[in-house]
Design a protein around this ligand. Structure first.
Ligand code: PLP
Length: 384
C-alpha cells in the first residue's frame, strides 16, 4: 500500500506510543494528585510541555494541551475573541478549515461578532491590500491558516501578522498542516510565525495519536475558556490532563526531522509528481498556488471524472488518497475551499488530494503516478 493521505492523518510513531505507554498503565496517576504517582504524572506532563515549548520557541506557560486541532481552533478563536473585547470584529477567509469557520459563525450567531471573510483568488490566495482595508480599530482577531489542508496554498503569515499588529489586532494561525514542514519558532525573527499571538497544532498530523494537540497562546493574553471546571492548564482548559497523549505529542515533535531540509526534499518530489500528472493526464488541473504551497500537498481536479470513483480505482491499485478533505467526514458536497476559489461545483466534485510524509519516496510517487493514469483511464471508460 502506498499511503498518500498524510494530510488526513498520519500513523502513530512507534516511539511516541512507547513513550506514552507507561502513562496509560503503571504510571496512571492524576497529575493534580499530591501523592507520588500524581507527582510523577505532573512531572511527565510538564516535561512534555517544556519539550514542545522549546520546539515552538515560546514559554512553556503559553502551551495548552487540547484534544486536537478542532478544540485548539475553538479555544484560540473563542477564547481570545471573548476575553479581549477591543471590539467584535474578526477577519478570516472562506478557505479556512471548518473548525475555524464554524467557530467564527458561532461567535457571530451567539455573541454578535461581525465576521469579515477576505476574498480569495482562484489559487486560494488572499489579497494583502484587502486585508489592510478590512482591518479596523475594533478588529479583535485575524485568524488565517498557515497552509491549506486541501489545496496547500500558504498564506503570507509575516505580512498578515505585521498588518494586524499595526492596528492592535491579535493573530491566530491554524498551523495543523504546517508542523514538520515549516519553521514554527514563534519567538524567532525570520520564522513564518514569528510574533503570532496564538497557534494551533494537532497531534495526529505529525505522528502522535488522534485526540492529542496543543495550542500556544501568548501568556500575557486573556483567554476565556471553552471548557470550564477545575482550572487545569493555567485556567485556560479544564479537565484532567491526558498525560500519555501529551508525552506522545512531545515525543513526536521532537522526532520530527529538520523542517527546512524535509520541505525542500519533498517539494522537489512533489513538483516532479505534479509536472508528470499534469503532462500525462489531459483532464488534470492543479489546484492551489503552484509555488507558495505546502511542500507535501498536491491536489488536482479531473474534469469530467468523479473524484470518489477515482479514489476507489486508486485504492484498488494500492494507492490511498483523499477526495477533497477527509475532515469534513462522509460528505460528498463539493469542497468549500474549491468553491471559494471560484471552481464550479461539478469540477470541484472531481478533486483528489495526494499528501506525502517525510518518508515518501520517489519510487512511491512514480508508482502512484502510474496508478493514477490507469485509474483515470478506467474511470474514463477506456479501462486498463
Ligand atoms: N485544521 C486543519 C487545517 C486541519 O487539516 C484539521 C484536520 O484535518 C483540523 C484543523 C482539525 O484537527 P483535528 O482533526 O485534530 O480536530
Amino acid at each position: 500500500m502506498i499511503y498518500l493521505d498524510n494530510a488526513a492523518t498520519t500513523p502513530v510513531l512507534p516511539a511516541a506510543l512507547e513513550a506514552a505507554w507507561p502513562w496509560l498503565t503503571s504510571e496512571f496517576g492524576n497529575p493534580s494528585s499530591t501523592h507520588e504517582l500524581g507527582l510523577r504524572a505532573h512531572t511527565a506532563l510538564e516535561n512534555a510541555r517544556s519539550q514542545i515549548a522549546s520546539w515552538l520557541d515560546c514559554p512553556a506557560s503559553d502551551m495548552v494541551f487540547t484534544s486536537g486541532g478542532t478544540e485548539g481552533d475553538n479555544l484560540a478563536i473563542t477564547g481570545l475573541a471573548l476575553a479581549n473585547p477591543r471590539g467584535k470584529h474578526i477577519i478570516t477567509a472562506p478557505t479556512e478549515h471548518e473548525a475555524v469557520l464554524a467557530t467564527v459563525n458561532y461567535l457571530e450567531r451567539v455573541h454578535g461578532f461581525e465576521i469579515s471573510l477576505l476574498s480569495v483568488d482562484e489559487f486560494g490566495n488572499i489579497s494583502l491590500p484587502e486585508l489592510h482595508n478590512t482591518l479596523r480599530p475594533d478588529t479583535t482577531l485575524v485568524t488565517l491558516m498557515l497552509a491549506n489542508n486541501e489545496i496547500g496554498t500558504v498564506h503570507p503569515m509575516p505580512e498578515i501578522i505585521t498588518a494586524a499588529h499595526a492596528v492592535g489586532a491579535l493573530v491566530h494561525t491554524d498551523a495543523v498542516q504546517a508542523a514538520g514542514w515549516f519553521d514554527l519558532h514563534m519567538g524567532k525573527n525570520g520564522s513564518v510565525v514569528a510574533g503570532v499571538d496564538a497557534l494551533t497544532l494537532s497531534g495526529h498530523k505529525l505522528g502522535a495519536p488522534k485526540g492529542s494537540g496543543v495550542t500556544a497562546i501568548r501568556g500575557r493574553l486573556a483567554v476565556e475558556p471553552v471548557l470550564h471546571g477545575g482550572g487545569q492548564e493555567f485556567d485556560r482548559r479544564s479537565g484532567t490532563e491526558n498525560v500519555a497523549w501529551a508525552v506522545a505529542l512531545a515525543t513526536a515533535v521532537t522526532a520530527l526531522a529538520d523542517p527546512q531540509h524535509e520541505s525542500s526534499r519533498i517539494s522537489a518530489l512533489r513538483d516532479d509528481f505534479i509536472a508528470e500528472v499534469v503532462d500525462t493526464i489531459p483532464q488534470a488541473a492543479l489546484t492551489g498556488n503552484s509555488t507558495e504551497r505546502h511542500p507535501a500537498i498536491a491536489s488536482f481536479t479531473f474534469a469530467g471524472l468523479n473524484g470518489e470513483t477515482l479514489l476507489l480505482e486508486l485504492e484498488q491499485r494500492g494507492v490511498i488518497v483523499s477526495s477533497g478533505s477527509a475532515c469534513a467526514a462522509g460528505s460528498d458536497e463539493p469542497s468549500h475551499v474549491l468553491l471559494a476559489c471560484g471552481i464550479d461545483a461539478d469540477i470541484a466534485q472531481t478533486s483528489v488530494r495526494f499528501s506525502m510524509s517525510h518518508s515518501t519516496t520517489v519510487e512511491e510517487l512514480a508508482t502512484a503516478q502510474k496508478a493514477l493514469s490507469k485509474a483515470v483511464a478506467a474511470v474514463s471508460g477506456l479501462g486498463q
